[in-house]
Design a protein around this ligand. Structure first.
Ligand code: HEM
Length: 490
């Protein structure tokens, strides 16, 4: 303990009581105060700090130099214990695993996001975005104030289910939530609460203090696991039938329907580790990970972006001009990946929204070995093994040094990116554990934004957003705005 204290003596930090540590700060932190309190701490003590909580050494950093070295490292890839609240659902999937298991899976999964596969997914984005636009019509009277989040949430759920599993869950069309869709939504909300609660992160304390919630959690996880297992089994059988067929083209058309799209699951079914195919439970972990990572994150990203567009009419006008120029006014023409790649101004708008409101606002690593860093002002140092490092992406994105007037929504700043360090802007993280679904997410965002902005004028109605950290960043009072249908013939 003494050696650990000495190692970080060069770093500033809040007052730490003997034995207990920085309890006064911990008591202040909750999902709603997290952003404000962290911001105040940075102002007071700087971008790199240490804090003790009991015998845990926490390093809290929104220091670009420091985070760059840690994120780029091939050695420090183990996640924080807090992530393990998701363990029962996601198992050893890509988000939570480390070591050899993570390396093997990452190698297998990387090709699933290949351009040719993404190109097919864009068809799903297109169809599901049409449904989303249809559902939004009911609100587009020019005066109603509503929260756009639930609409986007169901659209992204439909998209991720169809692309990850090759199965439609029809979340947008159903009058009632299916048990699976309901379980995904309820479980992510439950995990969000546990993630931010110091005691409920611990499985034992959670079980002892909230036995009914624990039972509910187990039931929801069982529903989700049963659903994904069934989909995987069916898909495996279909694939085996296809492989047995002599005339694969004719046969596959009969078995799978005329137009068969590859799902992320298919790539996993055909993959092998050390000469053996992946087992169903291993595949399930990855499919569940996509369902979690690819749903809440994109919902928040799109909702924040729509809210910002509604509050910045000149940005909206510029976006609309580009959309009409690239996509035209024909609602029946499907939008493809090449169209989306041409929406350059929209890219700047998305980037600016992801800068101000990164859906994953903080990341964490547990150091298994000492981490040596160099720093231009703090000098060289070592963070001892066993420390937990919390990297504030949102804190980096709001630094005046890299983003002048950081609280102003200004998409043009991404026109010519001239930042000294590209690590100052990392909404998808960076380095070996960066987001594997980045390209997927960007295309999905573009499709939904393009269709919504082309169809509706977004109006600045309702209350401002109030950022809250629930694993992903959300708004506590929703994403309130208004909509008015555009006259596209003009
Ligand atoms: C705007 C949307 C998204 C954002 C902002 C985002 C952001 C991130 C970030 C910051 C990480 C690093 C997490 C960490 O180190 O703890 C991550 C990891 C990951 N993301 Fe995303 N993500 C998005 C969408 C997606 C989508 C659509 C998918 C899948 C279809 C996906 C799959 C994953 C996976 C599997 C990992 C773990 C990668 C690994 O550890 O090797 N993400 N994401």
């Amino acid at each position: 303990q003494r050696a650990r204290r000495a190692a970080v003596a060069n770093l500033p930090g809040p007052y730490c009581f003997p034995v207990l540590g920085a309890v006064q700060l911990m008591c202040k932190l909750n999902p709603k105060t997290f952003i404000k309190t962290s911001h105040e701490q940075v102002k007071k003590l700087g971008t790199l700090q240490r804090a003790w909580v009991l015998n845990r050494l926490l390093i809290v950093s929104c220091d670009v130099e420091f985070n760059e070295q840690l994120l780029a490292s091939q050695e420090h890839l183990v996640k924080l214990p807090a992530y393990m609240v998701l363990g029962q659902w996601l198992g050893n999937g890509l988000l939570l695993s480390d070591g050899k298991a993570w390396h093997q899976r990452r190698k297998i999964i990387t090709p699933t996001f290949h351009f040719a596969i993404l190109e097919q997914f864009v068809e799903v984005f297109d169809q599901q975005s049409n449904i989303c636009v249809q559902r939004l019509q009911q609100k587009a009277d020019g005066s109603s104030i509503f929260d756009v989040y639930p609409f986007i949430c169901l659209a992204t759920l439909d998209i991720i289910a169809e692309t990850a599993m090759g199965t439609k869950v029809n979340a947008q069309m159903a009058d009632q939530m299916t048990p699976y869709v309901n379980a995904v939504n309820e479980c992510t909300a439950l995990f969000a609460w546990r993630f931010m609660s110091v005691y409920a992160q611990n499985e034992l304390l959670f079980t002892l203090l909230h036995p009914l919630l624990k039972l509910r959690q187990s039931k929801l996880i069982r529903i989700m696991h049963e659903f994904t297992t069934k989909v995987i089994e069916q898909r495996r059988q279909t694939l085996e039938k296809k492989q047995q067929s002599e005339d694969s083209t004719v046969e596959s058309e009969q078995v799978l329907g005329k137009k068969r799209r590859m799902a992320l699951l298919d790539v996993l079914l055909q993959a092998s580790v050390e000469g053996r195919p992946l087992r169903n439970d291993e595949i399930r972990e990855e499919v569940d990970t996509f369902m979690f990572e690819g749903h809440d994150t994109t919902t928040s990203a799109i909702s924040f972006c729509l809210w910002q567009i509604s509050r910045n009419p000149e940005v909206q006008q510029k976006m609309l001009a580009e959309i009409l120029q690239v996509l035209g006014t024909d609602r029946n023409r499907s939008i493809n990946i090449r169209d989306l790649n041409e929406l350059k101004y929209m890219e700047c708008v998305m980037k600016e929204s992801l800068r101000m409101h990164p859906p994953v606002p903080v990341l964490g690593r547990t150091l298994k070995n000492d981490f040596k860093y160099t720093h231009s002002t703090l000098g060289d140092g070592v963070i001892p093994a066993g420390s937990e490092v919390i990297m504030g992406l949102i804190g980096m994105h709001h630094q005046e040094k890299y983003f002048p007037e950081p609280e102003v929504f200004r998409p043009d700043r991404h026109d010519h990116e001239e930042r000294t360090s590209s690590y100052a802007y990392v909404p998808f993280s960076a380095g070996p554990r960066n987001c594997i679904g980045q390209k997927f997410a960007q295309l999905e965002m573009k499709m939904l934004l393009a269709k919504i902005v082309r169809e509706f004028e977004l109006l600045p109605l309702g209350e401002p957003i109030e950022m809250v950290v629930n694993i992903v960043l959300r708004s506590d009072n929703g994403f309130q705005l208004g909509m008015r249908r555009r006259n596209l013939s003009i």
